[in-house]
Design a protein around this ligand. Structure first.
Ligand SMILES: [Ca+2]
Ligand SMILES: [Ca+2]
Length: 210
């Protein structure tokens, strides 16, 4: 799991509206654009979005003119994760935000830059700003956006809205509850020591004899 998208078009969720220039629409939506009357209440649940920047100052990773339900997602490194347009009804629930360069969300014409401010809105709740603890959030060739055992997002949410399998086709939940994002964390089958000792990682071990 290492796909990243800079600029438009990781996934275009709907047809572009005839009244909106396609190029302008793509510049406003880093990943998903939802236009009016395309479908009833689309749901964006348990995804991991990384570096879906927009080229338009009024854009967001998700840009919507339509009612939308957004829950349990990771938004990392975007310019702005969510843009509500035209007063569209929305739900922002149990999403995690990190490293947005403009704001977390533009709602009702106002930018919200912290989850403390965002969660005051009646249609936003449980959103967090934890460190995701990705396996490797580095360069595009070696990035791995699975959760590591150090992630604060493991077992962080309920499973009420969550899909029953994760990105890896593993059952969800693993452990006590569901994880935020596309990956449900689990120990790999060949893991013996959680600190990676059997793979040669001795950093967690002391070389001082008792
Ligand atoms: Ca879990
Ligand atoms: Ca998994």
């Amino acid at each position: 799991m290492s796909a990243k998208c800079a600029g438009s078009g990781a996934l275009v969720f709907s047809m572009l509206s005839e009244s909106t220039s396609p190029s302008r629409r793509r510049s406003k939506a880093g990943a998903i654009s939802v236009t009016t009357n395309v479908m009833s209440n689309p749901q964006i649940i348990n995804n991991t979005f990384v570096d879906n920047v927009t080229t338009d100052a009024g854009g967001g990773t998700i840009f919507t003119d339509n009612e939308i339900f957004i829950a349990n997602n990771i938004f990392h490194g975007d310019s702005r994760a969510f843009r509500q347009n035209s007063g569209a009804a929305y739900t922002l629930q149990d999403n995690n935000f990190q490293d947005q360069t403009v704001s977390l969300a533009l709602v009702g014409g106002s930018d919200y830059s912290t989850v403390a401010d965002l969660n005051v809105l009646s249609d936003a709740s449980g959103n967090t700003e934890f460190n995701e603890g990705f396996v490797n959030s580095g360069g595009s060739t070696d990035a791995d956006f699975h959760l590591s055992d150090q992630s604060d997002l493991i077992d962080a949410i309920t499973c009420v809205s969550a899909p029953i399998v994760d990105y890896d086709d593993q059952d969800r939940p693993q452990g006590a509850s569901c994880d935020v994002g596309a990956d449900e964390w689990t120990l790999s089958a060949d893991t013996v020591f959680i600190d990676g000792f059997e793979d040669g990682d001795t950093t967690a071990w002391s070389d001082i004899s008792p």
